[in-house]
Design a protein around this ligand. Structure first.
Ligand SMILES: Cc1ncc(COP(=O)(O)O)c(C=O)c1O
Length: 377
C-alpha cells in the first residue's frame, strides 16, 4: 500500500500529462512559457484572489512574501512551532526573529488567544518590531482566520497564510490561499494539488504587492531584463510543471471530494478510539494528511509497527516541534515552552491518504489500529 499513490494517479491521466509535456517541448518556452500564465489565471479564479504569482516552491512563496513586505533584521514574525521547518526557516533566513505561539489542542493550528498575548508581550521588547503573522493550515485545515484577522488588524500586522498543505480547503465559501494579506501554497508532489516536481504559488488582492512579487521572483527585475531595482531571487515555476499542474487542476475537484470522503470514513471508524483532527463547523480541510493522536508515544509506536508489519506505511508529522530543533537553538526556547505542541508531537501519526485509497484498504488500516487498542489496554 502507498502512503500517497502518485503512480496510480498518473496511470489515469497519462495521455493528458504526456501531451501537455510534449506541447511544451514543441514550443520550447521552458522558462515563463504561456502555461505559467494560464495556470496563474486559473489558480486565481479557483481561490477567488485577484492575483496569483507562481513560483519555484512553497518555501520560495513564503520567502518572497516576506521580502515583498520588507521584513528583515529586528522584525518579529509570529508563527506556530507545529509545522514543517520551511515556515520558520524563511523568517530566520532574512534575519528576522520567529516568535512561536502554541497550538490549539483539537485543530493543531495556532491558538489565537496565545497569539494576542505573544504580540502584546513582544511590544514591550525594545529590540523587536512585530511585523507579521504566518498561520499554517496544518494537514489541510485552515487556521482560525476570523480571530487571526481581527488580531492582525488590531496590531496592524501583515498576515501571510501558509497554505502549503491546504489548497482546496475552505472556511464557509472562502477558499484557502485567500485569507490574510497574502496566501502561499506548495505544489510539492505529495500536496493536495501536487506537481511532478517542485512548485509553489502566492496569492494576494494587493496589486502593489503582486508587482513586487513578480519582480522578486526574477532577481528584482525592473522594467527590462538587466534593470534590477531590488534584491530578489530566481523563484520561477518551470513551464513543464505549470503544464502538468493545469492538467492536475482539471481532476482536482474530484480528487478533493474523494479525499473528503476517505477522511469521513477514517473518522467514522476511528474517532471512538483515537483523537482525530477536529474540523470546526463551517470549515473544510483539504486533507493533505489524515492524522490521529494515540494516547502516548508507546501506543503510537505499537500502532506504527503493526501497520508496518502489515505492509502499511504511516508517518509522523511532526516528531519534534520547531522550538526544539537545533536550527533554532539561538532563539533559546526549551522543553515546556509550548506544551500542547510538545504533547501532540509525542502522540501524532498520519495514515495513508490519497484519492485512490479503496474502502477495503481503509477498513484494513482501521482494523489493525483497533487491534492495537486491545494490546495497549
Ligand atoms: C506547512 C508547510 N510550509 C511550507 C512548505 C514548503 O513547501 P515546499 O516543499 O514546496 O518548499 C511545506 C512543505 O512541505 C509545508 O508543509
Amino acid at each position: 500500500m502507498q502512503f500517497i499513490d502518485l503512480k496510480h494517479q498518473y496511470s489515469i491521466i497519462k495521455p493528458h500529462i504526456d501531451l501537455a509535456i510534449k506541447k511544451v517541448l514543441n514550443h520550447g518556452q521552458y522558462i515563463q512559457g504561456p502555461e505559467v500564465f494560464e495556470l496563474e489565471a486559473e489558480l486565481a479564479a479557483y481561490t477567488g484572489r485577484k492575483h496569483c504569482i507562481s513560483c519555484a516552491s512553497g518555501t520560495d512563496a513564503l520567502l518572497m512574501s516576506l521580502l515583498a513586505q520588507g521584513i528583515g533584521q529586528g522584525d518579529a514574525v509570529f508563527t506556530t512551532p507545529f509545522t514543517f521547518i520551511a515556515t520558520a526557516e524563511v523568517i530566520q533566513l532574512l534575519g528576522a526573529r520567529p516568535i512561536f505561539v502554541d497550538i490549539v489542542e483539537d485543530t493543531f493550528n495556532i491558538d489565537p488567544s496565545k497569539l494576542e498575548f505573544a504580540i502584546d508581550d513582544c511590544q514591550s521588547n525594545a529590540e523587536l518590531i512585530p511585523k507579521a503573522i504566518i498561520p499554517v493550515d496544518i494537514f489541510g485545515l485552515p487556521a482560525n482566520y476570523e480571530m487571526i484577522e481581527k488580531i492582525g488588524n488590531k496590531f496592524a500586522l501583515c498576515i501571510i497564510e501558509d497554505a502549503a498543505q491546504s489548497f482546496g480547503g475552505k472556511i464557509k465559501n472562502k477558499k484557502a490561499c485567500s485569507f490574510g494579506d497574502i496566501g502561499t501554497t506548495s505544489f510539492f508532489p505529495a500536496k493536495p494539488l501536487g506537481g511532478y516536481g517542485d512548485g509553489g504559488a502566492i496569492f494576494t488582492n494587493d496589486s502593489e504587492i503582486a508587482g513586487k512579487l513578480i519582480s522578486i521572483r526574477n532577481h528584482g527585475q525592473g522594467k527590462s531584463k538587466y534593470n534590477n531595482i531590488r534584491i530578489g531571487l530566481n523563484g520561477r515555476l518551470d513551464t513543464i510543471q505549470a503544464a502538468i499542474l493545469l492538467e492536475k487542476l482539471k481532476i482536482f475537484p474530484e480528487e478533493l471530494s474523494q479525499r473528503i470522503a476517505i477522511a469521513k470514513k477514517y473518522s467514522q471508524n476511528l474517532n471512538q478510539y483515537f483523537t482525530c483532527q477536529h474540523v470546526p463547523e463551517g470549515y473544510e480541510s483539504a486533507w493533505a494528511q489524515f492524522s490521529i493522536l494515540a494516547l502516548n508515544s508507546r501506543e503510537r509506536s505499537i500502532c506504527i509497527k503493526k501497520l508496518k508489519d502489515s505492509g502499511i506505511p504511516a508517518a509522523i508529522y511532526y516528531p519534534k516541534p520547531l522550538h526544539l530543533q537545533d536550527a533554532f537553538s539561538d532563539l533559546n526556547y526549551s522543553t515546556g515552552d509550548f506544551p500542547v505542541s510538545e504533547s501532540i508531537s509525542q502522540r501524532i501519526f498520519s495514515l495513508p491518504m490519497h484519492p485512490y485509497l479503496t474502502n477495503d484498504s481503509i477498513n484494513r488500516i482501521c482494523d489493525i489500529l483497533l487491534s492495537c487498542k486491545e494490546i495497549v489496554q
